[in-house]
Design a binder for this molecule. Sequence first.
Ligand code: GDP
Ligand code: IMO
Ligand code: MG
Length: 421
Amino acid sequence: MKVNVVLGLQWGDEGKGKIVDVLTPAYSVIARFQGGPNAGHSLEFDNKKFVLHTIPSGIFRDKVTNIIGSGVVIDPVIFVEEVNGLKQLGIPVAQRLLIAKRAHLILPTHRIIDAASEAAKGNTKIGSTLKGIGPTYMDKTGRNGLRVGDILSPAFLDRYEALKQKHLAWLKQFDYTYTIDDYEQQWLACIDVLRTFTLIESELVVNKYLSESQKVLAEGAQGSLLDVDFGSYPYVTSSNTICAGACTGLGVAPSRIGEVYGIFKAYCTRVGGGPFPTELDNETGERIRQTGCEFGATTGRPRRTGWLDVVALKYATLISGVTQLIMTKADVLDGFESIQAAVAYKIRGQETQQLPFEINEPIEPVYKTFKGWNRPITNIRKEEELPFELMNYVRFIEKETGVSVRIISVGPDREQTIVRS
Ligand code: GDP
Ligand code: IMO
Ligand code: MG
């Protein structure tokens, strides 16, 4: 059996939470493989909305095992808040969740370093979610980090204190005022809660499930253009958000990867700093933001909005070997007479269809205009009832990327999903 993977193909918030929830009934295991509480994955069903940050989006479904994989970074405080919220809804979280011992811990001082280094950046800020993601992955690759499995060691508190002291020394270079005591107390209490969960060698468990022919779906966080190696560096997150991240974040071999589902919005959004070639810093952009409720699920920040970027979409499809595309939020464009998509870039007068190394230099998008469908699609459930103009747009994307669009999402609810034949 192979692992299927769900990935965001843009700058995050493509609707991964909704789509994983929709796909979950066909799987017995849902595994998050990278990122941490910088993610905000929204799900809607029975007229209720839920946002998950660390816990996989399969948690609401019965008889499904959810795994927080070794490539994830965990803040115990945010994790416990999330667990408590789910428990209040009657979800037996502990019974449905396994946590990798190799996942790294976000320390209170990681969050402070994140905030201090962002503040020091002035107008070159990344626009981090300030959850401590970058500093935690730095300590992981710098071989200083603390892992979830370490909380079982009698030496844990000493090791925590030693790393904290390193961080406090590092923080002296910043002109930054902070307090640590309250959050630290809470953090240590939440470590005790974390200890009550089932901690596993996730690479062995996932491979065992595969050998037993159980169906495993890997859930990505963020999006391909935020990948630390292939995204719009340095305006990226600190993990591999592309398909390869599922291999390193779960311990599964590349030959074990099956379908790669790439999710994209019918337009683009980005939250935080960094280049965004098709950004609409105007009334049209504001209209998309309001209609699409484009405000961050983690930080509440307004998301930047723009037309679909087919150049970037092709790139994201290429580097992850996407086998099936999923288009979300087509309904947000319902009221438009016409819509646009960038099919090339003009850089210093030269037209190109490739994402340049220096994506931070001025890029002028070359647009293709499509006739809008200009009618509501949120109540449509059958492919054949979708407007011709929308299908025209979909077919264009399929032709450009060479990949079929298998699912079209027409609203945030579980039910508002059309699986094409
Ligand atoms: P994720 O991080 O990729 O899981 O995406 P987010 O949850 O951060 O953001 C996607 C937002 O769009 C959420 O509020 C979803 O409820 C919503 N959403 C998902 N799919 C659709 C859709 O097809 N149409 C509309 N209107 N909203 C959607
Ligand atoms: P989901 O999983 C959208 C962005 C931040 C910032 C940059 C670095 O919900 O799609 P970080 O906190 O990782 O240091 O921030 O990445 N970012 C996201 N944007 N969706 C996300 O996750 C994001 N996670 C991080 O806004 O620009
Ligand atoms: Mg999100």
